[in-house]
Design a protein around this ligand. Structure first.
Ligand SMILES: [Zn+2]
Length: 298
């Protein structure tokens, strides 16, 4: 574990100062688009909204309850959002207390709710199912099956949407398999513990600065242990993410004499990413390239 007598180092003092400054937060809101065509789906966060859009295509209006550029963990919901959640034909949530307020509200629904962690083919309780293309495929299949149960939707269109999405995810899986097959290092250091499923799928050991939720305050002993790991393993890069302050990662990287780079947990698109036309697939590809660079993959 993290028992370590040598933690009272300048690194830890610097970290204490950084933590005192507090973590950055971003907040914005954007109403959902109201032109319903067939069914209304509310999704708890961006990756689930993407899965519903892929499958439902033009037949389904999808509202993402996490505003763009907002960290979705522990999202607080407004009464309007609860109403939208209760009224929707289908709700898609992560489960596993990824967003407890939203998941509690979803339990009051009369209609169907897809809980991603309970989708057939998904095991374990890490809610970051979308960061493994294989478990994201399980979410797509479950979304397909849930949408096929809704009256009035065009079943062939839904099946076709799911097929296209599954083909895209299978291609992504193949790219990850090939891209991470031969690497100098198989340990990555990330900001919060979002990449465990991805690591398990592609044989990477993932160590994170914060826990499953980025809101958790990093433990100085953990950071000291990570600093030693970076040196011992010859790790070149400490990964940060877009929606959480990079300060702790930057202190860690500076102390160890390595660089930082952004690895997206793809939990919410920033307004800049939306403007640039980024999406789940483009960000998954960029993540792969950055892991390959950091890990010296052939
Ligand atoms: Zn997360």
């Amino acid at each position: 574990m993290w028992n370590d007598a040598s933690i009272r180092t300048p690194l830890v003092r610097t970290l204490a100062a950084v933590l005192a400054v507090g973590l950055l937060g971003a907040c914005s809101s954007e109403p959902g688009s109201p032109d319903a065509t067939g069914a209304r789906v509310v999704a708890a966060a961006y990756p689930f909204a993407e899965a519903a859009r892929w499958v439902g295509r033009a037949r389904v209006e999808v509202e993402d309850l996490t505003p763009p550029g907002t960290e979705p963990h522990d999202l607080e919901v407004t009464s309007d959002q609860v109403d939208a959640l209760l009224d929707a034909d289908l709700a898609v949530v992560a489960g596993g207390a990824f967003q407890p307020a939203l998941e509690d509200a979803a339990e009051r629904r009369d209609g169907p709710t897809l809980v991603a962690l309970e989708a057939p083919g998904i095991e374990g309780d890490d809610p970051h199912v979308w960061l493994d293309p294989v478990t994201m495929g399980a979410v797509v299949r479950a979304a397909r099956d849930a949408l096929l149960e809704i009256d009035g939707l065009d079943a062939p269109s839904i099946r076709a949407g799911a097929r296209t999405a599954l083909a895209r995810l299978a291609a992504l899986d193949a790219e990850y398999r090939a891209g991470l097959a031969r690497c100098d290092r198989r340990v990555i250091v990330t900001a919060h513990d979002a990449f465990g499923r991805l690591g398990a799928r592609y044989d990477l050991r993932v160590e994170s600065i914060a826990g499953i939720s980025p809101e958790e305050e990093p433990d100085p002993r953990r950071i000291a242990r990570l600093a030693r790991l970076v040196r011992d393993e010859g790790i070149t890069t400490v990964f940060t993410e877009e929606l959480v302050s990079p300060q702790v990662a930057e202190v860690l990287a500076r102390d160890a004499g390595v660089r930082t780079d952004v690895l997206s947990p793809i939990e919410s698109l920033t307004p800049e990413q939306r403007r640039a036309g980024e999406d789940y697939v483009s960000l998954m590809r960029r993540n792969l390239e950055r892991i390959r660079t950091a890990s010296g993959c052939a």
